[in-house]
Every structure is written in structure tokens, then in C-alpha cells.
Design a protein around this ligand. Sequence first.
Ligand SMILES: Cc1cc2nc3c(=O)[nH]c(=O)nc-3n(C[C@H](O)[C@H](O)[C@H](O)COP(=O)(O)O)c2cc1C
Length: 208
Amino acid sequence: MELNTALNWRYAVKLFSDRTVDAGTLERMLEATRLSASSYGLQPYRILLVSSGETRRELVQYSYGQDKVLHSSHLAVFAARTALDAGEIDRYIERVAQSQARPVQELDAYAQQIKGAIAGKDPDELLAWAKNQAYLALGNFLAAAAVQRVDTCPMEGFDAAGYDRVLGLRERQLATAVICPVGYRHPDDAYAGYPKVRTPYHQMIREI
Ligand SMILES: Cc1cc2nc3c(=O)[nH]c(=O)nc-3n(C[C@H](O)[C@H](O)[C@H](O)COP(=O)(O)O)c2cc1C
């Protein structure tokens, strides 16, 4: 499906049906998400795809009453890295060198630049930067889902500390940034019929 058609088709689903998204479709969506651009290419986030009903049931209490985290096919949790050490940046640079068949020394100045930029951020700044990258991935995830006629609902309405606790994220140096139930719209979801509300084109985009 053409991207603009898909973006007009999608909406933030309030009520999902009980239909499950198959593994191949999910993998294609997640692969598109993995290909997201990120600052320095570091991809400072991880994505948890939660299918377990038990875990999702536990998460409902931290979702401000939005039980679609349980009543959907899967729940994607975009978790930002809370720390990045110099060793990880070295490993990333090695991967760049290997993938692009370049000598690692050629990337030394780039490595130093990244290390300087990361070391210059305090923990809050680092987390905010990492969350920005996770949101970019979320955008691709929503678009990739829509192209395959899979429904989603991006969500910020949840208690991040509760999610981190249930999912054991803190000890993995991760923090929940944004979440997204995935599945298929229920025929009774009234929101499917509402027209899109967006800033008009010429108000959004100014050519200068
Ligand atoms: C980052 C983000 C957080 C959102 N949080 C919620 C949420 O917690 N619950 C919800 O029902 N919708 C949530 N939404 C959906 C928006 O309200 C919705 O995308 C917006 O109104 C535009 O409508 P549309 O996506 O249906 O076209 C969120 C959307 C984004 C992008």
C-alpha cells in the first residue's frame, strides 16, 4: 500500500478485536523499525514485544485504565538506554568497520567524537536523547504496521516506573519510553470512523 494511503487508513485504535497478528507480519514490521535512522547510528533503545497475557495483565494497572495493552494482539514496549559506556561505542565502531570493510583506525576520529558527545551528557540528557531515538523508531513502527494493514495505538499514558519494574528494565539499563499495542481494530471502535484532524498543510509547512 502506498505510504500516504496507509497513513490515512491508520488511526490510534481504542478497541482492538481478538485477532492475532501473525509472526511473519510482526517480523516485517519490526525489521522496518530496526532499520530506523538514529543519532550516530547508535540505536540507543531496545524493543520488547510482549505477547504474554500474564505480563500484560500485570501492566494494565500501570496503564491509566487503558486495558488495550492486554486486549490486543501484542504490546510493543520501546525502552531507551539509560547508559552507554565507551566499550559499547568501541564495539559499535568495530561493527561499522566490519560491515563497511573499512580499517577501524579510519573511524577513530568519529569514535572520539561520539564518545565526547555521549560523555558530555548528564544522565537526564542521555535518557532524553535516547528517548528521541526510540520515538523515531516508533514512527517507523506505526507506518510499517499501517502499510500491512495492522493497527496500532501509540501510548504515553502509562506509568513508566511501573512498566520498568514489571519488565525488569532498570537492571538492564533501560527505561520505558513509549508503548504501542498492536492488533486489528474491533468493528465496534467508533474512532475508526472519525476524520483525521491535522494541522493544515500550509500552516505546518512554510517554504522560505
Ligand atoms: C506519543 C504518543 C502518545 C499517545 N498516547 C496515547 C494514549 O496514551 N492513549 C491513546 O488512546 N492514544 C494515544 N495517542 C494517540 C493520539 O491521541 C493520536 O495519535 C492523535 O490524536 C492523532 O490521531 P490518529 O493517530 O488517530 O490519527 C498517542 C499518540 C502518540 C504519538
